[in-house]
Design a protein around this ligand. Structure first.
Ligand SMILES: Nc1ncnc2c1ncn2[C@@H]1O[C@H](COP(=O)(O)OP(=O)(O)OP(=O)(O)O)[C@@H](O)[C@H]1O
Ligand SMILES: [Mg+2]
Length: 302
């Protein structure tokens, strides 16, 4: 069963089409990723899902409910962690959770119980009485995530949950998200971290200029669209180029690096390193980042 069903969704800002006819479905219990460069339309898409941004066209259903008809019920069943920090600076850590529970008419006692549960789950209990201004970026993110779970949602929507976090905080959040997924929670997230997407997402879409470029399971997409491995050659000289041309290998020339996408790279790698040069040549598994750059290009956005 689809928890989220998006059909031909569109959003324009003046003459800019931010979301240009996107369709996808998120199944129950999966983690679904929205990937795309800055300005691709991820946040706009997500915001339309909970009625924060009005859409111009398209159909939206969550839990089989129509967003126009049943927005209140839909909002009751989702948890949202927005891209930007929206914690209440006048309240302490625990009060941010308990206070937020009021939006869902959760009785005080139950709200306090839930808050304490979440503080423990996110290892925030020792900071329960602290003011928001005293928290590091990583702690704020954890609290934002905890707050998104106050109403025990059926769907968790996360807009760049780990942007700006150090590796320790990111790892911890990945662990927690994996725990939540294992407990059956459906998760929809956007991210710029390919490792995060590869690790957490069962399926994902890569979008650019408001359109879906590709959809599928991360590992399968990489295999189909990039290959199994990538041969990287640093500071390539003419002999390397001639070798690749002679072997009939197509490569991407990045100036200081050449990339060759391969299905079975061992033979070419061995031949190159034996016959031309070994220095600066690396054979590595293809990654989601290779796919992302292949589909969205290498030029900077915004
Ligand atoms: N309120 C707004 N008014 C005008 N243009 C907007 C507004 N919100 C977003 N846009 C534009 O719509 C496009 C999509 O923006 P959006 O925030 O959805 O991108 P994104 O994929 O979330 O990017 P990022 O990775 O940087 O968060 C961008 O070109 C952006 O400048
Ligand atoms: Mg965004």
């Amino acid at each position: 069963m689809a928890i989220v069903q998006v059909e031909s969704l569109r959003k324009c800002y003046g003459s800019l089409t931010a979301v240009d006819g996107i369709s996808f479905a998120v199944r129950k219990g999966e983690c679904f990723g929205l990937l795309g460069p800055n300005g691709a339309g991820k946040t706009t898409t997500i915001r339309m899902l909970y009625g924060y941004t009005p859409r111009h066209a398209g159909r939206l259903e969550l839990f089989g409910l129509d967003i126009d008809r049943d927005l209140r019920e839909i909002k009751r069943r989702i948890g949202i962690c927005q891209q930007e920090d929206s914690l209440d600076p006048d309240l302490n850590v625990r009060e941010n959770l308990v206070g937020f529970a009021r939006y869902f008419s959760i009785p005080r006692h139950a709200a306090e119980q839930r808050a304490d549960e979440l503080l423990h789950f996110f290892a925030l209990h020792s900071r329960a009485g602290d003011k928001i201004a005293t928290l590091s970026g990583g702690l704020k993110r954890r609290l934002m995530l905890a707050r998104a779970l106050v109403n025990t949602p059926d769907l968790l929507i996360l807009d760049e949950p780990t942007t700006g976090l150090d590796p320790q905080s990111r790892q911890l959040l990945w662990e927690k998200l994996a725990d939540l997924k294992e407990a059956g929670l459906t998760i929809l997230l956007t991210t710029h971290y390919m490792e995060e997407a590869a690790r957490l997402c069962d399926r994902l879409v890569i979008i650019d200029h408001g359109r879906i470029l590709v959809e599928g399971a991360p590992a399968a997409l990489v295999r189909e669209q990039v290959g199994r491995s990538v041969l990287e050659i640093a500071d390539p000289d003419r002999s390397v180029q001639e070798f690749l041309a002679h072997e009939g290998s197509r490569f991407e020339d990045l100036g200081r690096r050449l990339l060759v996408h391969l299905d079975d790279g061992d033979e070419l790698f061995l031949k190159l390193t034996r016959e031309v040069r070994a220095e600066g040549c690396t054979l590595r598994p293809a990654t989601l980042e290779d796919l992302f750059l292949k589909l969205t290009g290498r030029e900077l956005r915004e």
